[in-house]
Design a protein around this ligand. Sequence first.
Ligand code: SER
Length: 318
Amino acid sequence: MKNVLIIGSTGQIGSELTMKLRAEYAEGNIVAGYIPSAPPTGVLAESGPSEVVDITNAKQIAEVVDKYHIDTIYNLAALLSAVAENKPQLAWHIGIDGLMNVLEVSREKKCAVFTPSSIGSFGPNAPKDGTPQDTIQQPRTMYGVTKVSGELLSNYYALKFGVDTRSVRFPGLISYVTPPGGGTTDYAVDIYYSAVKGEKFVCPIAPGTFMDMMYMPDALRAAIEIMEANPTRLRHRNSFNIASMSFDPNIIYAKIKEYIPEFEMEFQVDPLRQAIAESWPNKLDDTCARVEWDWKPQYDLDAMTRDMIEKLRAKLKK
Ligand code: SER
C-alpha cells in the first residue's frame, strides 16, 4: 500500500482514516476523494491531495487512479442504515453500482480494494450471540442487503479476476471527530455529546438492546491491518467479523455516569431504528480475524469512555 485513494474521505470513517494513512504512509499519495457537496476542509484539505471522485462515475475513478498511480482504494461511500431505509434506490446505487465501478477500475488497473461491511449485514435469522464468521446472514434492511451483496461481489472479483479485495464487518463506530449521519448505532456517539454538554440524553434505542460497538482508533487500525495482512494466511476475505465491546443503552449510560454523575437519560424509542437494531446481532464472534491476521482490539467501554469524555471536553470547550 503506497498510493491510496479514499472514496468518501470526508465522511465518518474517511475523515479520520485519510489522516491516519497520511501519517503512516508519508511517502505515498494519499488522495482524499470527495463529492462536491462534501468537500474536505481544514487539515484534511491542507495535508494532502484531494480530488472530486463520485463513486457513481467510473471514468472519474479511473482518471484519479491513473493520475496518482493508485494501488489501493478504500471505498467508504455509503448511506447508513436508517437513511438507506428511506432512500433504498440511492443506497443500492451508491453501495452496489458504485462498488461495481470501483471493482471494474481495480480489475483493469490492479488496485486492492477495501469496502467495509457491517453488523448490519446480518438479519434476525442469524445467531444473536457469538454470531459466527460464516453463518446465515439474510438482512432485512436495504443497508444490510447492499452490505451482503457487496461482500459477495467483492469475493467474486477476488476469485474470478484476482482483484485483492478484503474487508471487515464494522460494529457501530464511536468517535469524537466526524459525527455519523443516520445510522442505528449513532446513539452511542450522541450520548457522549449530551453528557459533556451537560444535557439530558433522549435515547432512541430501548433498554436491553445490545449491539456491537467499537472505538474509532481500533476501527482505523483494523482497516489498515487487514489490507497489510499476509494474504497466504487469509482463508476469508469479505468480510471479517471484528468486535471489541457490546452494550445496551443502560450499560453505556451507567459507564458515563461513573465520570459524570449528574448525567441523565430518558427513553423515546424511535420505531425505525429500534426495529433495525433488533434485527442485528448482539455480539459477533471475531475468532477468524484474530486467527488469520492477528486482530486484537485495544479499547474496552471504560477506556473508550475516558478518552471520549476527555477529547469532547477539549473539542467543545466544556
Ligand atoms: N453504524 C452503522 C449504522 O448504524 C452500522 O454499521 O447504520
